[in-house]
Design a protein around this ligand. Sequence first.
Ligand SMILES: *Cc1c(COP(=O)(O)O)cnc(C)c1O
Length: 346
Amino acid sequence: MNRPELRISSNAFRTNIAAVRARIAPSALMLVLKDDAYGHGLGWAVETAVEAGVSWFGSYDVRGGVRVRRIVGGDARILAWATSTDDEIDEALAHDLDLGVGTADYLRRVIARAEILGRRARVHLKIDTGLHRNGILPDEWAAAIAEVREAEVRGHLTLAGVWSHIAEASDADDDASRLVFLDAVRVAGEAGVSPDVLHLTASAASWWRPELRGSVSRIGAFCYGIRSADGPELDGIRPVASLCAVVSEVVGGDAVVGVGSFDGLPSTLRDASVGTPAGARRLRAIGETTSIVEGWSGMRPGDEVTIFGDGRSGEVSATTLAERIDTVGEEILTRLSPRVRRVIVD
Ligand SMILES: *Cc1c(COP(=O)(O)O)cnc(C)c1O
């Protein structure tokens, strides 16, 4: 092995999914798959999750959603929430995707394409509850709902869901978002449209704030074993992926290992702690394709170093590394380059 490996544990993924589902029940898990399943590989994630009984998938864009549909076949529900081109809308309708819609213009385009294709679009209408990242503003919500209602009557659309995305940064902000959300649901109901599902929360709020959970929870990070930055460890959740590299040379008292910034390892992680056969050691320097790790007695070429993982060789998690450089665990995983070989270990 010359190239570093990202070792991926299906067992850990299944265990995490089970822990998340137990925690959030009766809210249903929508497994979020953006960024190639947070760097773990979309195909593997979907196949493993389907075996585990997951029936809702969040793909971000239509292209990813179509990939998910090809793997899961007919039954599962797949939500693509990126605002898409007309061609993508056609693709989504052809593959029976649910569309997340956060602007009036996009809503009209979805309705128009459904009418032309003679299909009924399943739409999840997004209310902006304060994050100002896509979403119908509260002032414009009633008008959008009226358009939804008309398109439902004409047979071009079903309002499958009402949803929003919240900051998960402070309880007070999230509580305020919830009130805006509930008001949007009320306005929809009074206009005679009743969505099947409501979803507001991602990993952290789904886990910690049961009162904010809807009938579905959109969860990525915790299923992959990525805890929140500056958040606590989670019962029953462990990292799914470990980044491993091999010692190529011993120089002085240090080990040269085959992983570096070209593999997506941020060079700012210098001085972080990594796992070795003798336990935790310091990552002294990060080069382009190799790094220097503080040595241990008996080290030799071929020994393995774990940059991040579940702690079994003394390494820390991707989130703990991320905290050193003020980012989130997802970022460490999704930055890994294609040079890193993905290997499913169990
Ligand atoms: C990424 C994302 C999620 C999942 O967030 P996690 O914190 O990884 O669980 C949910 N909803 C939307 C809209 C997202 O973009």
